[in-house]
Write a protein that binds this ligand. Sequence first.
Ligand code: PLP
Length: 375
Amino acid sequence: MRSVARINLAALERNVGRIRAHVGPGVAVCAVVKADAYGHGAVPAARAALAAGATWLAVVTAGEATELRRAGVDARLLVLGPLPGDDLAEAVDAGAEVVVWEEEGLARLLELGRPAAVHVKLDSGMGRLGQRDPEVALALCHRVADAPHLRLTGAMSHFATADERGDAFFGEQLGRFRAFADRVRERFPGVVLHAANSAATFRDPAAHFDMVRPGVAMYGMDPFQQDPAALGLEPVMRWTSALVSVKPLSAGESVGYGRHFVTARDTTIGNVPAGYADGMRRALRWGHAELLVAGRRVPLVGSVSMDSVGVDLGPGARERVGDPVTILGADGDERITAEEIAGRLETINYEVTCMVGPRVPRLHHRDGEPDAGAA
Ligand SMILES: *Cc1c(COP(=O)(O)O)cnc(C)c1O
């Protein structure tokens, strides 16, 4: 294999356990497995999260809901995203619960005429999806509850700044949602109230309500872009490869397209078969990234090609073709976290695992043992 993303489902389960311990027994955990579980593989991640005590799943598209159902995953499932065109019918047919925030969405559900469970979403300040006016949102709740084939099962919102500790807007949003949630609870006692993503879950117990919706934390990444170990989270993905070429280069020779890197001394250059088509972002040019070769940190050199990238192993390096390369994750005492790569790319850890492309096979395991549940 050119490179492989090793997914430790036992670590994912421990992360879910960590989240459950944090929220306590009265709060349900809805595992967010959208975008192929942030690159980790939706079906195995969903199964592991459920095995660890999550009782709901959330995705964004109808296709993601269908994929889980086809694999036999039958937990309660919420489609968070908008469902244009035929997507609405597909999601409802998959037995997924859907989100409504305006008249148009409700009208389409009524027109569809099929039994469906519905969550009403308040936009408490995200400025994305959701109903801005709490009165209108409450009226939508009533209309859903009154429709013979619809059931009002949830009322929700989403935070814009939960990951910015100390930001006052989080409290404002929480206040707006709480006021709405209190009124929903009074009229519809069985409805599940939920708002917290990973950051809100760890930031403030007042944001937990009946259910939390963690994504990034479940995958062992820190919602605040710090070391995930601080919250007791373990990275789930390791992206590894192996050297396919090792050769000496004299001082003054260049590596890669554009000759952006020129050796300053006689050295040894290794080639790693992971390029931007595999998700190794081209912005990780020389000076912007390091990889682990046999557990040793070495600089990425040259520019990332579509299919490979160079590393400077240094003068007299003893590494050989076939030696292990770690692009993301730990090898021995060294590790490259998603947070480190995100920092170099001026992005967030979420994007790091999502960028690992479909050309990279996912290998699911449990602490190194083959995953018994793997198909
Ligand atoms: C993606 C998403 C989540 C999960 O967010 P994390 O920050 O990954 O925990 C929760 N709720 C909604 C609506 C989302 O879109």
